[in-house]
Write a protein that binds this ligand. Structure first.
Ligand SMILES: Nc1ncnc2c1ncn2[C@@H]1O[C@H](COP(=O)(O)OP(=O)(O)O)[C@@H](O)[C@H]1O
Ligand SMILES: [Mg+2]
Length: 236
């Protein structure tokens, strides 16, 4: 397994947000992390990306166990988070935002090559590269956030609600781009409150409720599972 989260517990201050989250991701896989608002999806991604320490349980990445790694170390090992709400610098241009994803010390040539990859994936960003990112539509800003993550050369890409505030036509375009990224060998964890949409993209999914993993399986099985359908599919 590339990533194995076992019985993870995480606290936000004095409040426990996660109690018992389990998540397994094989190299090259696309895995969904689904559940209602407040279930603990962002907290789980944050712990994997090094933003929060584990208060219990363990995580292992590429065979190496950790309960807390610093975010820069996680990044250096290829764990890259596309955060909820995109977190762009809205006054800065698209190009400047994309460059934020490039490691310090990367050569100019490598940065230029990274930008070319992003523009090939999202051609609209080439035209808008000199514009402040705040002037872009929600979907285009999401493309910038994904592009910035690609500039960090991810091995494991963690996507937190990438379709929120994105027009339906751009959702399909972004999903197609994510499929291209996955086909290039990048492993992905996709968080989406819209479970049926997530299941169209991922191969496996883990369902969390109130900080606990309650169900786990491959997408095809989950989609036809009656209990799953009646309990979770209506939440969309
Ligand atoms: N920074 C924080 N400080 C305190 N509580 C938080 C913080 N972030 C999230 N929480 C709480 O932790 C729980 C899980 O939140 P979160 O991981 O954001 O859920 P989800 O992403 O599934 O909506 C919620 O009860 C939420 O209110
Ligand atoms: Mg969230």
């Amino acid at each position: 397994m590339m990533l194995e989260v076992s019985h993870l517990a995480v606290d936000h201050g004095k409040l426990r947000a996660l109690w018992d989250v389990n998540l397994k991701v094989a190299e090259g896989q696309r895995v969904g992390l689904v559940g209602a608002n407040g279930a603990g999806k962002s907290t789980t991604l944050g712990a994997i990306a090094g933003l929060y320490p584990a208060a219990g349980g363990t995580m292992a990445y590429s065979g190496k166990q950790f309960t807390h790694h610093r975010a820069p170390d996680a990044l250096a090992r290829g764990i890259v988070l596309v955060p909820e709400g995109r977190r762009l610098f809205s006054e800065m241009t698209v190009r400047e935002n994309l460059r934020m994803g490039a490691y310090a010390g990367r050569t100019r040539g490598a940065v230029a090559e990274g930008l070319e990859q992003v523009f090939a994936l999202f051609p609209i960003l080439r035209d808008k590269q000199a514009q402040p990112s705040g002037e872009l539509s929600g979907g285009q800003q999401q493309m910038v956030a994904i592009g910035r993550a690609l500039m960090s050369q991810p091995r494991l890409l963690l996507l937190d609600e990438p379709f929120i505030g994105v027009a339906p036509i751009l959702v399909d375009e972004i999903m197609a781009a994510l499929a291209t990224i996955a086909a290039s060998g990048v492993t992905m964890v996709l968080v989406d409150q819209n479970i049926s949409r997530a299941l169209r993209f991922v191969e496996r999914a883990t369902v969390i409720q109130n900080g606990r993993t309650v169900l786990e399986g491959d997408s095809a099985t989950l989609m036809t599972d009656e209990k799953f359908a009646t309990t979770f599919m209506g939440l969309d």
